[in-house]
Design a protein around this ligand. Structure first.
Ligand code: UFG
Length: 332
């Protein structure tokens, strides 16, 4: 197979954000080749190109896939993303996220792949003193998950300087919602994210929501986050890839709405959207949760021309509710 500008290797493409991005890539005329070990990803979520099963740490399997498809560009989602788990088992996070990304970067170098968009996170900023959070905010992660993502940002910056592999890191705030067409949605095991848990509490499919902390220094005492629709994140990846192709991409972009909502506000919005009561109880704080995380995404607006269009809170919840109501079938 000839080197193709349209073929994009998507590691972790069977996962939540990766699969939504494959749909966006296909709409933009790319062929997403998914590389995924299906540990957290789902075979049913791979719909827009081939699936190659493989572990991100497996250099020889990566070499096979690079040899077969000759991708010039890579979108790198593969990795572990549970903050709490990363505190309990940091080695696993450094192994998958750091060693895995290094194996990928080496494979890119050996096979002449030139561009990579990396899934990074607002967790690289830790608990910043100043809000909203711009890209120049000092990166001081407070858990191994955030630290592992920051290490990969550094590795990619070094590979850019030494080997000319162009890269950009997209630092997501709180990804949420589901494909508006109903083809994809969030399906984590275990599920730890707020919106699916609130929806589960609403439908009775999950227990009442445990609100982690009601004594934060916020207007209603609960944590504030910046929720961004997963399809808006997907669109940003296509724009970042184009910027890399044109040689105009910067090293990192924050992706959020700049608008924060408290846990209480998410509960209220969910009650409004679903028309259901949300059973919940006040619980102690979850270790490692910063009180407020809100983005300044001006750089992504100005440099990438990216503007969220689906990230109004009710729209996010409505799309996630539609997905939730479909249950586990026909996904599994
Ligand atoms: N929350 C609850 N109860 C729950 C689950 C969550 O009150 O059962 C609260 C959390 O305390 C937090 C908010 O809801 O205040 C959002 O929690 P999520 O677990 O949905 O998201 P996080 O903000 O913890 O995590 C997200 C991403 C991570 C990323 C992190 C950066 O999922 O990948 O932001 O802080 F690292």
């Amino acid at each position: 197979m000839e080197t193709s500008q349209r073929t994009v290797l998507v590691t972790g493409g069977a996962g939540y954000i990766g699969s939504h991005t494959c749909k966006a890539l296909a709409s933009a005329g790319y062929l997403p080749v998914v590389y995924d070990n299906l540990l957290h990803g789902h075979e049913w979520a791979v719909k827009w190109g081939p699936l190659e099963r493989g572990d991100i740490r497996d250099g020889s399997r990566l070499a096979e896939v690079f040899t077969t498809y000759k991708p010039v560009s890579v979108l790198h989602f593969a990795g572990l993303a549970y903050v709490g788990q990363s505190v309990l088992d940091p080695g696993r996070y450094y192994e998958f996220n750091v060693a895995g990304s290094l194996a990928l970067a080496q494979a890119m170098r050996e096979h002449g792949a030139k561009r990579i968009v990396f899934s990074s996170t607002c967790a690289t900023y830790g608990s910043p003193e100043k809000l909203p959070i711009g890209e120049e905010t000092p990166q001081r992660p407070i858990n191994p998950y955030g630290a592992s993502k920051l290490m990969v940002e550094r590795i990619l910056a070094d590979f850019r300087r030494a080997h000319g592999i162009c890269s950009t890191a997209l630092r997501y705030f709180n990804a949420a919602g589901a494909d508006i067409g109903g083809e994809l949605g969030e399906d984590h095991d275990p599920e730890t994210h707020l919106i699916p848990l609130v929806l589960g509490a609403a439908s009775g499919r999950r227990p009442p929501l445990a609100v982690f902390g009601t004594d934060y220094d916020t207007p209603d005492g609960t944590c504030i986050r910046d929720y961004i629709h997963v399809s808006d994140l997907a669109a940003a990846h296509v724009l970042a890839l184009r910027a890399l192709e044109h040689g105009t991409a910067l090293d990192a972009y924050n992706l959020g709405t700049g608008q924060g909502y408290s846990v209480r506000e998410v509960i209220d919005a969910t009650a409004r959207v679903t028309g259901l009561d949300i059973p919940f109880s006040a619980c102690p704080r979850r270790p490692g949760d910063p009180a407020v995380l809100v983005s300044d995404a001006t750089r992504a607006h100005q440099e990438l021309g990216w503007w969220p269009s689906l990230s109004e809170l009710d729209t996010i919840i409505r799309s996630a509710w539609a997905w939730h109501q479909r249950g586990s079938s026909p996904r599994g």
